[in-house]
Write a protein that binds this ligand. Sequence first.
Ligand SMILES: [Zn+2]
Length: 56
Amino acid sequence: MIKICPKCGSIRVNWIAGGIAGAVYKCDECNYVGSFILEIRPEKLDQFRKELNSKR
Ligand SMILES: [Zn+2]
């Protein structure tokens, strides 16, 4: 499983803070910061990005 940004679909997501209460992640692509992050299988990444693009 890989972590991806729920906003832009980037895999450039970094764990910046957190602990027992929950982690906080930051996306390098769109500067999204939050505890909600998507985890998907690598083979689903292309499909997810297509869906993301079609919503724009
Ligand atoms: Zn992002």
